[in-house]
Design a protein around this ligand. Structure first.
Ligand SMILES: NC(=O)c1ccc[n+]([C@@H]2O[C@H](COP(=O)([O-])OP(=O)(O)OC[C@H]3O[C@@H](n4cnc5c(N)ncnc54)[C@H](OP(=O)(O)O)[C@@H]3O)[C@@H](O)[C@H]2O)c1
Length: 167
């Protein structure tokens, strides 16, 4: 079992715009992929991401929110930083954003996998970004292309990266 990052970004690595996803709700296949991967596991998120999903726990998952203050929301655990959140979590664990939490997770050696949705589009007025990956540390393991269709406004790739083992 693993501890993984799950993220979707555009061609500029943008993940957010005005507290929402840059592409809004126009990629239901990505939301279904997110649900399929994370269901039954633990999800760790920053307080602003928790606000963006409506300040309620996502069902069938343990929800851990990183914040300096308790959320006061029933069914949600609060941790003061990523390492305390990881200490509360069991496997499998998914880091679901946003930007600061992703940066911390990329530097945490126990996070060994990234499930990235690479959206083949460029959005304007974006304000939150996923860091560039250091490819001396990460390697691409698989990539599946999905063209745009009647339900999904943009083409995208599901990509899995794994942390290279040392030694
Ligand atoms: N495309 C994607 O895959 C994806 C995924 C997630 C989110 N998003 C988007 O990203 C945006 C939100 O992300 P964001 O980067 O602005 O915020 P965020 O990381 O979700 O939340 C930031 C907050 O989390 C807490 N926090 C995070 N790291 C901390 C640390 N090391 N120590 C203490 N507190 C910490 C702080 O909460 P307090 O201020 O309460 O102390 C901080 O203000 C939204 O637009 C959302 O839609 C996109």
């Amino acid at each position: 079992m693993e501890k993984a990052i799950i993220v979707a970004y555009d061609t500029n690595r943008a993940i957010g715009r005005g507290g929402d996803l840059p592409w809004g709700r126009s990629l239901p296949a990505d939301l279904a992929h997110f649900k399929r991967l994370t269901r039954g596991g633990d999800i760790i998120m920053g307080r602003k991401t928790f606000e963006s999903i409506g300040r309620r726990p996502l069902p069938e998952r343990e929800n851990i929110v990183i914040s300096s203050r308790p959320t006061g929301v029933k069914g949600v655990l609060t941790a003061v930083n990523l390492s305390s959140a990881l200490a509360l979590s069991r496997y499998p664990t998914f880091i679901i954003g946003g930007a600061q939490v992703y940066s911390d997770a990329l530097n945490a050696p126990e996070i060994d996998t990234i499930y990235a949705t690479e959206v083949d589009a460029t959005f304007s007025d974006t304000d939150t970004f996923f860091p560039e990956l250091d490819m001396t540390i990460w390697q691409e393991m698989s990539r599946t292309h999905h063209p745009a269709d009647d339900d999904n406004a943009y083409a995208f790739d599901f990509v899995t990266y794994r942390r290279k083992t040392v030694g």
